[in-house]
Design a protein around this ligand. Structure first.
Ligand code: OAD
Length: 249
């Protein structure tokens, strides 16, 4: 794809990069997004029935089973060329912090070196009472959907993800915010920029003077104010950027 004039020279002159990714980043690997018409998960399911502490209290088995299905799907997917391009881009900056709302570890699998998970990780299980991580072996060898927690006598195992109404992991958002204030360029990739506080990051970066680059096939509230708004998929846009950066080395 043809990139907008000035994008590559802007990236060449930048030292600190912040990359925010959302569900659209994983779409080309075969992980469904949440809000896309037809294919989005929140088109078929209600978040309040599945992704809140209340939902888990009301029906732990329903919630556990739904996450078990998602885990199974994620076990079978692999990073795509866009994930690899993000790893390649690291060499052009003094620092590149990758802040993701995704819980599927695809950035880590691709080899990104500095990843902050704002919404946790779906492969991890934690105690519903204490938040302590529960060993995978315990989950496998104990009955129940979900199994009881080894850390608390009233606790159950639950997915290690952030639910609506819950705090983000301590430190994760602080680190992301500090980078948003500090970065020269901020990418916002495959996110509807609707869910706070993650959605605020590109807007903070913009206010603080960074060049904001959005990659999303569908316009969002960020599109008209971002310096560069690429209406393309993550794989298309990121591979084009990485290729042009190599050419202009
Ligand atoms: P959404 O489902 O809200 O948005 C996905 C975005 O990706 C949309 O704007 C799509 O247009 C875009 N998109 C689709 N395919 C794409 C592709 N191939 N390349 C690039 N972009 C593409 O997902 P998020 O913004 O990540 O939270 O949602 C944020 C949070 O809401 C999630 O982390 C999750 C959800 O409820 C929790 O579970 C706490």
């Amino acid at each position: 794809m043809k990139l907008p004039e000035g994008l590559i020279s802007t990236l060449r002159n930048a030292n600190k990069a912040l990359v925010l990714t959302g569900a659209g980043m994983s779409a080309e690997s075969g992980v469904p997004t949440f809000r896309d018409a037809q294919s989005g998960m929140w088109e078929k399911f209600k978040p309040e029935d599945l992704a809140t502490p209340q939902a888990f209290r009301n029906n732990p088995q329903l919630v556990w089973d739904w996450y078990a299905d998602r885990r199974n799907n994620i076990r079978g997917v692999r990073p795509h060329a866009g994930h690899a391009a993000l790893v390649e881009l690291e060499q052009y900056f003094d620092s590149l912090l990758l802040v993701t709302q995704n819980v599927d570890s695809l950035h880590q699998q691709a080899g990104s070196s500095d990843v902050v998970e704002l919404h946790g990780n779906i492969m991890r299980s934690i105690c519903s009472e204490t938040g302590q991580v529960i060993d995978e072996q315990w989950i496998k060898s104990n009955p129940g959907r979900p199994p009881a927690s080894p850390h608390h006598r009233h606790g159950l195992a639950r997915p290690g993800v952030v639910w609506f109404g819950e705090e983000l992991p301590a430190g994760a958002m602080n680190r992301a915010m500090a980078e948003a204030y500090n970065c020269d360029v901020c990418f916002s990739i495959g996110t509807s920029t609707l869910v706070q506080p993650a959605a605020s990051l590109p807007f903070i970066a913009l206010e603080a003077g960074a060049v904001v680059i959005e990659i999303n096939p569908v316009p969002t509230s960020l599109s008209s104010i971002a310096r560069f708004s690429l209406q393309a998929t993550a794989a298309q846009a990121l591979t084009a950027i990485a290729a042009d950066m190599t050419r202009h080395k």
